[in-house]
Design a protein around this ligand. Structure first.
Ligand code: IPM
Ligand code: MN
Length: 364
C-alpha cells in the first residue's frame, strides 16, 4: 500500500488541540501528507448536542473502512442521556464493541526529563504495559443495565473463554516483542484479577493459566487487583506486561499514568484483528479547553503507536521509522525540559508541537 486512509475525530474539550498536535507531528515525521490521508468526521458530546447523536452512522462507516482511526478526546460532563450516563463517550465505547477492538494497550513509561511521584523511580525506571481487555466485563452492559424498581440497579459483567484467550495470548506476544525489557532481562506476564471473590474472574485466571502453557519462555505471575494498586506504587519495575479485564484495566492504567507524569502521558492503542483506534487515555479536560495549555504528549505518543501498528501490519518501514523518529523527538523535547503545566513546566501546547516538528524536520 502506498497511501493510508486515517479517519480523524477531534472530539470535545481539549480534543481538537491535542488531535491537531498529533496530526502536525505525524506530518512532520513523514514529510507531509503523501503517506497518510487524514479525513475528519464528527462524534462526541458536542456532536450529540448539535445533532442528537454522539456517533453518526457516517462516522462509524468511515472509521470501519479506514486503515486506522485517530482521536483527540470525547465527552463533556453534564451532556448526558436520560439514564444519566455521558453521551459523548459512546463514540469510543461503541467503536470498541462494534469493531471488536479487544486489545487496549497502555504503555506506562517514565520518560527522561519527567519526574515521578515515586521516590525510587528515577533509579529503577518504570516501563511496563497494561493490556486491558476492551470488549467484555461490566463495560459490556453499557446501555443494557437493569434499573429495577426505584431503589436498585444492576449491570452484568461478562467474561468469555474466547475473549480471555485472545487477550491473554496477546499479552504473551507483547512480552515476546518487548524482548526481556525487565532489568534482569526477564519476561513476565502478570494476570490481574479478583479470582479470590468472583467466579467470572476465577475463570479469567483459569483460562489465562491454560494459555500460559503455550509460552514456557515467559514467567507467569498473578496479582489480585487491590494488591496490584499497591505493587504498582511500590515495585513498578517488577512488571513487564499486565493483562486484566476491562474495568480493572481502566482503573489501574490511570494509577500507572499517575506514576509517570499523569494522564497527559498515557498513550493508548485499541486494536482488533482488522481495525486500530488511537487516542490518549485521558478525558477531554473541559476546564482547560481552548487555553492552549493541554499536554499533547499522550496523543502524540498514541500517534507513534498508530504508525507502528500500521507499519507492522503492512510491512511499511516508512511508517515504523516515522514512529521511531516521533519517539526520539519526544525524548529530546522532554529531556530539554519542554514541559507543559501538568508536568511542572509552562510550555504551551503549540510550542511543544513546534519544537517536535523542528526536530523531525532535521531527522527526516
Ligand atoms: C478510557 C476512558 C474511557 C473508559 C471512557 C472515556 C469511556 O476512561 O479509555 O480509559 O472508561 O474506558
Ligand atoms: Mn479510563
Amino acid at each position: 500500500k502506498n497511501r493510508y486512509e486515517i479517519a480523524v475525530v477531534q472530539g470535545d474539550g481539549i480534543g481538537p488541540e491535542v488531535c491537531g498536535a498529533g496530526l502536525a507531528v505525524m506530518r512532520a515525521a513523514l514529510g507531509g501528507d503523501g503517506i497518510l490521508n487524514f479525513s475528519e468526521y464528527r462524534a462526541g458530546a458536542n456532536c450529540y448536542r448539535d445533532t442528537g447523536t454522539a456517533f453518526p452512522a457516517a462516522t462509524y462507516d468511515a472509521c470501519k473502512a479506514a486503515d486506522a482511526i485517530f482521536h483527540g478526546a470525547a465527552g463533556i460532563p453534564g451532556v448526558t442521556y436520560p439514564d444519566g450516563t455521558e453521551a459523548g463517550l459512546d463514540f469510543g465505547l461503541q467503536l470498541r464493541f462494534r469493531l471488536d477492538l479487544f486489545a487496549n494497550i497502555r504503555p506506562v513509561k517514565l520518560h527522561p526529563g519527567v519526574s515521578s511521584p515515586l521516590s525510587d523511580a528515577a533509579r529503577t525506571g518504570i516501563d511496563y504495559v497494561i493490556l486491558r481487555e476492551n470488549t467484555e466485563g461490566f463495560y459490556a452492559a453499557r446501555g443494557g443495565g437493569n434499573l429495577v424498581r426505584d431503589d436498585i440497579a444492576s449491570d452484568t459483567g461478562i467474561i468469555t473463554r474466547a475473549g480471555t484467550e485472545r487477550v491473554v495470548r496477546k499479552a504473551f506476544e507483547l512480552s515476546r516483542l518487548r524482548n526481556g525489557a525487565l532489568r534482569d532481562g526477564r519476561r513476565r506476564v502478570t494476570v490481574c484479577d479478583k479470582a479470590n471473590v468472583l467466579r467470572s474472574l476465577a475463570f479469567f485466571r483459569k483460562v489465562a493459566q491454560e494459555v500460559a502453557n503455550d509460552y514456557p519462555d515467559i514467567e507467569l505471575d498473578f496479582a489480585l487487583v487491590d494488591a496490584m494498586t499497591v505493587h504498582l506504587v511500590r515495585k513498578p519495575d517488577f512488571y513487564d506486561v499486565i493483562v486484566t479485564e476491562n474495568m480493572f484495566g481502566d482503573i489501574i492504567s490511570d494509577l500507572g499514568a499517575a506514576t509517570v507524569g499523569g494522564m497527559g502521558m498515557s498513550p493508548t492503542a485499541e486494536i482488533g484483528d482488522r481495525n486500530g483506534f488511537f487516542q490518549a487515555a485521558h478525558g477531554s479536560a473541559p476546564d482547560i479547553a481552548g487555553q492552549g495549555i493541554a499536554n499533547p504528549y499522550g496523543t502524540i505518543l498514541s500517534a507513534a503507536m498508530m504508525l507502528d501498528w500500521l507499519g507492522d501490519r503492512h510491512g511499511d518501514a516508512r511508517l515504523t521509522e516515522g514512529a521511531e523518529r516521533v519517539r526520539a523527538a519526544v525524548a529530546g523535547c522532554l529531556t530539554d525540559g519542554n514541559l507543559p503545566g501538568d508536568l511542572g513546566g509552562n510550555a504551551r501546547s503549540d510550542r511543544i508541537t513546534e519544537d517536535l516538528c523542528d526536530r523531525l524536520a532535521v531527522m527526516a
